[in-house]
Write a protein that binds this ligand. Sequence first.
Ligand code: UDP
Length: 374
Amino acid sequence: MTDYLIVGLGFYGCVLAERIANVLNKKVLIIDQRDHIGGNCFSKVDRETGIEYHVYGTHIFHTSNLKVWEYINKFTEFNNYRHQVLSKHKKKIYQMPINLETINSLFNKNFSPKEASAFLKKITKKYKRNSYKNFEDKAKSQIGDKLYSAFIKNYTKKQWKKDPKFLPSSIFNRLPIRLSYNEDYYEQTQWQGIPKNGYTDIFRNLLKNKNIKVALNKKYSLNFKIRPKYLTIYTGALDKLLDYKFGKLDWRSLNFKKKIVNVKDYQGTSVINYPDLNKKYTRIHEPKHLHPEREVFKKEKTLIIEEYPSNNINEPYYPINDEKNRNLHRKYKEYLNKRKKFAFGGRLADYAYYDMDMTISAALKKFEKIKSEL
Ligand code: UDP
């Protein structure tokens, strides 16, 4: 008999497994329906090029949470990678997030920060309100119509397959706007990098304890035959677990198309966004750039990966966090909260747009709760 059963081998599940096994010295069985560990953070080496890539899209570890940073550094070292993003609009490359260079290039100006601020104030005046109910209103109130139409509107339409008028304004809050030439994507974040040995290696290290048993290709359902002594911790989508009994939660998903190109460097950076409707993909990733410290970086071959938004609900990525879905999620939560010896959490179960550090932080907090209740 196992003490704890954890469903899902992503960060939430693996951090809890590690804490329970190492700190509480209890037995954990952790399962996943996929054939690999790491959830959507899984990374692997492409055979032909030797380049490591993130199978579910480029993941940049970034955090300002000291607890999380100290914790994760026990399981990996990070390289010095600093994330930068560019955006290709009408055959020209611009810097992202929108900064002074983006504004000056698009409007063909040489504004100083003060002039740019006055300019933005002028072009956003007619969009200012006391509160913003949707993505588009919020975006226009911050950057005006021209910047919004060039870099945000169609990218968002492609990504979410929804008119931005029907998306929550909170998604726009993920995007910083800067009036300097600083192009560091996570300027405000204290620490960032890519794990030197890749993401999958972190998970191997988290699971390295004889108290932890890993089972892949194992589906979980509420009548799963193994009952743990203390608790089941489920990290998948709640609607699926309950056979959609109250209805389906909406998600956006992604598909990736890999290509090998016989040049040393295809695009000169790890991610370029494609905000125009003439391309069906939203980004092209070139994972080589995540590890400039590796030997393989110098090779005359590179791997590129096109990212296409999709509706595939079997591989959910992004919650569509509008009111309808939030209410539905609450219904599932309330229902499952009544279940004995059962807990849930993480990006899928919480139906939340978590970054990796937020997921780890949530798992560490959950562990404290589990420990106190033991
Ligand atoms: N977004 C956009 N243009 C861009 C980048 C992002 O319109 O060039 C919008 C889009 O709606 C996206 C959201 O901002 O879903 C959040 O972007 P982020 O890059 O944080 O998404 P993630 O990396 O989590 O996919």
